[in-house]
Design a protein around this ligand. Structure first.
Ligand SMILES: C[S@@+](CC[C@H](N)C(=O)[O-])C[C@H]1O[C@@H](n2cnc3c(N)ncnc32)[C@H](O)[C@@H]1O
Length: 401
């Protein structure tokens, strides 16, 4: 956010910000990873940490983390813009006070209740079946287009009031009213088409409603705790521009794959955090060549991902039982745990700007990348594995004449 404000001069440029930050549940969230090998049929699903929501078990630590970011969000928002903060019973009431302070009590527009049926129950309290989305506007002149929803008549029978239009569907008679602030929407289920497999993924039906009501076509929407890219996917489909940010490698991976599959056009920026010990721990082998194209001034760059190995002493986050099999598979198919890789044709040593993200899908992983151009210098190659480890290297392509 600081980079958007300082380097990209984006103060007041974002029309809608939705965030779905950790809820202060004090848990760690795992994602399940399935390896698909043609040689070995059954490989157990592997659990790996997607993100932690612990914050030293300190509510003040959590609120400080969020507050410092909410100030930046306020600066990024356009005067006609809106902010949505998605939380639940753990911290919503404390964050409401923060938002009153940062945006002003008068800028509080709605408390949206997302009601769902999934999840557990308790013998000690009423079953917790809703999340809270706090809606603030930057100024009093915010963009808002009320959307309509069905309101079923009592007993599903027609009222026949004068001047009131009534409709009928398979449930019965209804009128159309402006959308209310309690939304019953299913969570993303196991069999849902939009399921990415990322933990705590939210349904696009929810983010669609926010975007439809609070932005015109072409507006810019952003999510600074983007996870698997739900807001971005909604925004892209609805003809809005988007920014999706996440601090987790796994989240960026899921979001990148999801948006690439949806046919979205986007740049992928990565800000190095060199203090993270998981950077550059793998040994990677890349073959890169440049050759002239016959009868043309152009050249062809070919980059091939040849090998990927984690260090011998790396602790795989799998059970002791699965470990021997996993090691055996990896000696035969070392690229099996590579989930995505990308090539930056003009590495600047700071931000990685890939030409294309080559990510694993049901057909496996594409291990070759090609580009045509007049001149190629050194290239930057980033490789991410299924556990979120990321490695980066600068490669000098071999030039053939
Ligand atoms: C509840 S999940 C978001 C899920 C997302 N709405 C979706 O539908 O996939 C919260 C996300 O916040 C990310 N996160 C946590 N702390 C962060 C930080 N300081 N900056 C950016 N992202 C952060 C986590 O990695 C996690 O992906």
């Amino acid at each position: 956010m600081a980079w958007l404000l300082n380097e990209k001069q984006m103060e007041g440029k974002i029309d809608l910000i939705y965030i779905d930050p950790p809820f202060f549940t004090q848990n760690k969230f795992n994602s399940e990873i399935k390896l698909r090998s043609k040689r070995v049929r059954t490989l157990a699903a592997i659990k790996t940490t997607a993100y932690s929501d612990q914050f030293n078990r300190s509510l003040p630590d959590y609120l400080v983390m969020l507050a410092s970011r909410l100030y930046l969000m306020r600066d990024l928002l356009a005067d006609s813009g809106s902010l949505f903060v998605h939380l639940d019973w753990h911290a919503a009431h404390y964050v409401k006070i923060l938002l009153d302070e940062i945006f002003g009590e008068k800028r509080f527009v709605n408390e949206i209740i997302w009601h769902y049926k999934s999840g557990g129950v308790s013998r000690r309290h009423f079953a917790r079946k809703h999340d809270t989305i706090l809606f603030y506007s930057k100024t009093a002149n915010y963009y808002f287009q009320p959307q309509q929803e069905k309101s079923y008549n009592r007993g599903f029978k027609p009222y026949r009031f004068k001047g009131v239009r009534e409709y009928k569907d398979e449930r019965g008679w209804y009128t159309m009213v402006n959308r209310k602030d309690v939304w019953l929407l299913p969570m993303v289920g196991r069999t849902s088409a939009e399921r990415t497999g990322y933990v705590t993924q939210k349904p696009e039906a929810l983010t669609d409603r926010l975007i439809d009501s609070c932005t015109p076509q072409g507006a810019l929407c952003a999510d600074f705790f983007g996870g698997s890219g739900t807001l971005a996917a909604s925004a892209d489909r609805l003809g809005r521009k988007w920014i999706s940010v996440d601090s987790g490698e796994l989240a960026c991976l899921y979001a990148g794959q999801r948006l690439a599959r949806a046919g979205a056009a986007f740049d992928f920026y990565r800000f190095e955090e060199t203090e993270k010990n998981q950077l550059n721990i793998a040994a990677i082998k890349i073959d890169a060549t440049v050759e002239p194209l016959v009868g043309s001034e152009q050249k062809r760059l070919r980059v091939r991902l040849v090998d990927y190995r984690l260090p011998e002493d790396w602790t795989f986050p799998v059970s002791q039982e699965d470990l021997p099999l996993l090691r055996q598979v990896l000696t035969q198919e070392p690229l099996l745990i590579v989930s995505a890789w990308s090539v930056d044709l003009k590495p600047d040593g700071n931000i990685h700007r890939p030409e294309r993200l080559l990510s694993r899908d049901n057909d496996g992983l594409a291990i070759e990348f090609e580009a045509i151009g007049r001149q190629f210098g050194s290239i930057g190659v980033a490789v991410t594995d299924l556990f979120g480890n990321r490695s980066y290297m600068i490669v000098e392509p071999k030039e053939f004449v």
